[in-house]
Design a protein around this ligand. Structure first.
Ligand code: SF4
Ligand code: SF4
Length: 162
């Protein structure tokens, strides 16, 4: 029984055979084509498509053919996702939702309390100033009358000298 063998020296990793294969038996590992023996139907489509002539038919017993048919060489798709996903996602994309949530929380929980506190302080200060103004206004006419009284008494004692 013949099987597909790939000459890794000749393979350029162009991926043409992957597109030609109807069963998805071919895959690339570090830029070299590999065949999954469990999926290969020996249709020879990849052999025809390969521009480098790297794919040949060979007997199953040959060691080269056996080496290329090892399914264990094929990386598990799930394992690839787990290993590569965190590295591929930029830090900014991961941090953005956290920062957004923190800002939303601050806007919801902290800003209203802060605004209320500042308005309270402003109200208290305004009340204090109004009370002080009222007190000053009450004192002003009284002190004005006292001053003119003193001046009148001084004028009388001086006998109209000034
Ligand atoms: S012989 Fe056919 S099934 Fe096998 S790897 Fe090539 S294209 Fe795919
Ligand atoms: S088509 Fe040929 S050269 Fe290109 S990846 Fe497949 S085996 Fe390698």
């Amino acid at each position: 029984m013949v099987v597909i063998a790939i000459d890794l020296e000749r393979c350029t990793g162009c991926g043409t055979c992957l597109e030609a294969c109807p069963t998805g038996a071919l895959y690339l590992v570090e830029g070299k084509a590999m065949v999954d023996g469990a999926l290969c139907r020996e249709c020879e489509a990849c052999l025809v498509a390969c521009p480098s002539g790297a794919i040949t038919l060979t007997e199953r017993e040959e060691p080269v053919a056996e080496a290329t048919r090892l399914p264990a060489l094929r990386p598990e798709p799930a394992a690839i996702r787990v290993k590569t996903q965190p590295a591929l996602v930029p830090f900014r994309s991961r941090a953005l939702p956290v920062v957004g949530a923190a800002l939303a929380w601050a806007g919801r929980e902290i800003l209203p309390s802060l605004a209320e506190y500042l308005l309270d302080r402003l109200d208290r200060r305004t009340t204090q100033l109004q009370a002080r103004n009222k007190a000053l206004n009450r004192e002003a006419p009284a002190s004005g009358a006292q001053g003119s009284g003193r001046r009148y008494r001084r004028r009388r004692r001086g006998g109209g000298r000034s």
